[in-house]
Write a protein that binds this ligand. Structure first.
Ligand code: DAT
Ligand code: MG
Length: 150
């Protein structure tokens, strides 16, 4: 059984969408294995978004992601990595389909940038493992390794 890392970003928490997101995960039949609430630090975000640190929007992204508490969690299920990405919708809410979380709730108010897309999900099994280690520790990520071979 596969596991993935997800996050409800500060806009999702502020807008009262924790229940909505959790409900969609449960309704879809995935198991929530871990759940926590915290304030992400710029150091954690540099690691979490290591592929994006050189992008022009990175300072804006860190400001967004540190603008309030986030909910982090691990969900488990058959092919959950890809399924959760599908449930989230594409990165920019302007393009995200209705019925997806980002398509139903995301906001992209400016023409020049500013993406507030409610949720995060790992984009591959490898990212899931790395992100689980970053946010929940090595022991939790190693559990993931043995279980992903099932
Ligand atoms: P995703 O969250 O769909 O995996 P990503 O990993 O490419 O997308 O980017 C991470 C986050 O960075 C994304 O959720 C919102 C922000 N972001 C990406 N591209 C952006 C852009 N062009 N302008 C502003 N923010 C952006
Ligand atoms: Mg990503």
């Amino acid at each position: 059984m596969e596991r993935t890392f997800f996050m409800i970003k500060p806009d999702g928490v502020k807008r009262g969408l924790i229940g909505e997101v959790i409900h969609r995960i449960e309704r879809r039949g995935f198991t929530i294995e871990k759940l926590d609430m915290l304030e992400a630090t710029p150091e954690q975000l540099k690691k979490h978004y290591s592929a994006l640190v050189k992008k022009s929007f990175f300072p804006e992204l860190v400001a967004y992601m540190t603008s309030g508490p986030v909910v982090i969690g691990i969900i488990k299920g058959n092919r959950v990595v890809d399924s959760w990405r599908t449930m989230m919708g594409v990165t920019n809410p302007k393009d995200a389909l209705p019925g997806t979380i980002r398509g139903d709730f995301g906001q992209a108010p400016g023409d020049t940038g500013g993406i507030f897309n409610i949720v995060h999900g790992s984009d591959s099994r490898e990212s899931a493992k790395n992100e689980i280690e970053l946010w929940f520790g090595k022991e939790e990520s190693q559990k993931d390794q043995t279980e992903s071979q099932e």
